[in-house]
Design a protein around this ligand. Structure first.
Ligand SMILES: N[C@@H](CCC(=O)N[C@@H](CS)C(=O)NCC(=O)O)C(=O)O
Length: 216
């Protein structure tokens, strides 16, 4: 059994965030597919990893973790000498990277996740999109992306001049939204658009997409 085990489905945005990090770090790991339709994430064996019954669940030897962003931070620290470094500069730069990780979690994700659900996932499940929710959240996302546009006019990536977790954490929702009408919000902002091109071109992200395809 591999020391690192990631439980989930690669289609989940939270799981894809962790998968991308593992691929960026070039780590060996076992992917344990969780059948959510069968309610496997609510069964005792999985609840011993994540008591909230949500994917991802993560194990590294005796260590059990949940919450995707806490897992990616652990991987980046524990395996600092492997693969992508995810950092540049001094402690002040690290603090700025930290700010943009919080921005992703508290400004971008709540809005992007609602749009992902309404525009990308509901249609897949044959559910009707709520246009009022879409309108409200597209307006909110536009405001968030205006801030990103000014930031990215000064810095190639959000936290600093190199790719870090602050950028990586955005990938799964951005990927879903690029397949929807919300794509226009990214395309219409030149610096945001160049940043989206740079982060979605990462080989680690292609590996996540390949795993999604493989799982059907
Ligand atoms: N904040 C959590 C969110 C985890 C989450 O919402 N997972 C979803 C899939 S993306 C899930 O397990 N949903 C099923 C449920 O809540 O029962 C993280 O980042 O890990």
């Amino acid at each position: 059994m591999a020391a690192i085990r990631l439980h989930g489905t690669p289609y989940s945005t939270a799981v894809a965030r962790v998968l991308t990090t593992l691929y960026e770090k070039e780590l060996e790991f076992e992917f344990v597919e969780i059948d959510m339709k069968a309610g496997e994430h609510k069964k005792e064996s999985f609840l011993s990893i994540n008591p909230f019954g949500q994917i991802p669940g993560f194990e590294d030897g005796d260590l059990k973790l949940f919450e995707s962003r806490a897992i990616t931070k652990y991987i980046a620290q524990e395996y600092a000498d492997k693969g992508t470094q995810f950092k540049c500069g001094d402690s002040k730069t690290a603090a700025i990277i930290g700010v943009w990780m919080e921005v992703e979690a508290h400004q971008f994700d709540p809005v992007a996740s609602k749009l992902t659900w309404e525009l990308a996932l509901k249609p897949r499940y044959g559910l009707a999109t709520d246009t009022a929710i879409v309108e409200e959240n597209e307006a909110k996302l536009a405001k968030v992306l205006d801030v990103y546009e000014s930031r990215l006019a000064q810095s190639k990536y959000l936290g600093c001049g190199c790719f870090t977790l602050a950028d990586l954490h955005h990938l799964p929702c951005i990927h879903y939204l690029l397949g929807t009408q919300a794509k226009k919000l990214f395309d219409s902002r030149p610096h945001v658009s160049a940043w989206v091109d740079a982060i979605t071109a990462r080989p680690a992200w292609s590996k996540v997409l390949a795993l999604q395809k493989q799982q059907g």
